[in-house]
Ligand binder design. Sequence first.
Ligand SMILES: NCCOCCOCCNC(=O)c1ccc(S(N)(=O)=O)cc1
Ligand SMILES: [Zn+2]
Length: 260
Amino acid sequence: MSHDWGYGDDNGPAHWGEMYPVANGTRQSPIEIIPSQAQYDPTLKHLKLKYEPSTATEIINNGHSFQVGFADDTNKSTLSGGPVTGTYRLKQFHFHWGSRDDHGSEHTIGGIPFPCELHLVHWNTKYPSFSEASDKPDGLAVVGVFLKLGSANPSLQKVLDKLSAIQSKGKQAEFTNFDPKTLLPHHLHYWTYEGSLTTPPLCESVTWIVLKDAVSVSHAQMTIFRSLLFSTEEEAPKHMQDNFRPPQPLKGRIVRCNFK
Ligand SMILES: NCCOCCOCCNC(=O)c1ccc(S(N)(=O)=O)cc1
Ligand SMILES: [Zn+2]
């Protein structure tokens, strides 16, 4: 019987290595980003994100987070440039958040967490599919965006308005005509490093691109995230919160940045 992973005391990040030994590998994510130790790399290109709103398809509560899925059978929504070679297709975006506003992100900046972190997941089109790409060293590119407490975010609200339809694990609803670009800050300055998925199977297949600038989220909006449930409709309700992995050892990796 597979021991389902989660974020509880008995199946959380401290236990993931029992089932997924790569949890103790050499390029695990997230990490603590220390700006003063990042190396400016003038050869890094600007990040090119091209998203077509019609490729958004559905919103799903998968029991660990909620995600907005995209049709990835064409190059309509892609990431290129930045630290990557070639073209990566957008597959989904999702979030990680805390039980209170003083923590919740996966990456931290100088040891400081944010209340929430957005991940936009892309796969390398040199491979035939996301699944094929997901365990290759250059298979995935994830853009991480910090959400900081401030004014309500109208673009995020369009996503949050759908959460009542997917409160329990396994529920999904149609979600289309949404442009993920509206969730990004104006400037795409970034840190980049070689890492992994931050949830099992923790594959060491991710080129991380963490944006320096954050976007806003209000306290009331954070409360909507926490109204989701980890549990199915049949189970005792467990609020979906603290669904983040803490920072992992850098193990000699260099973090580069495209800004001075
Ligand atoms: N089925 C073949 C192997 O598939 C392994 C890939 O895992 C599939 C499910 N997980 C993910 O897609 C997945 C995607 C992104 C992130 S994260 N939080 O690192 O952005 C974590 C997990
Ligand atoms: Zn994530």
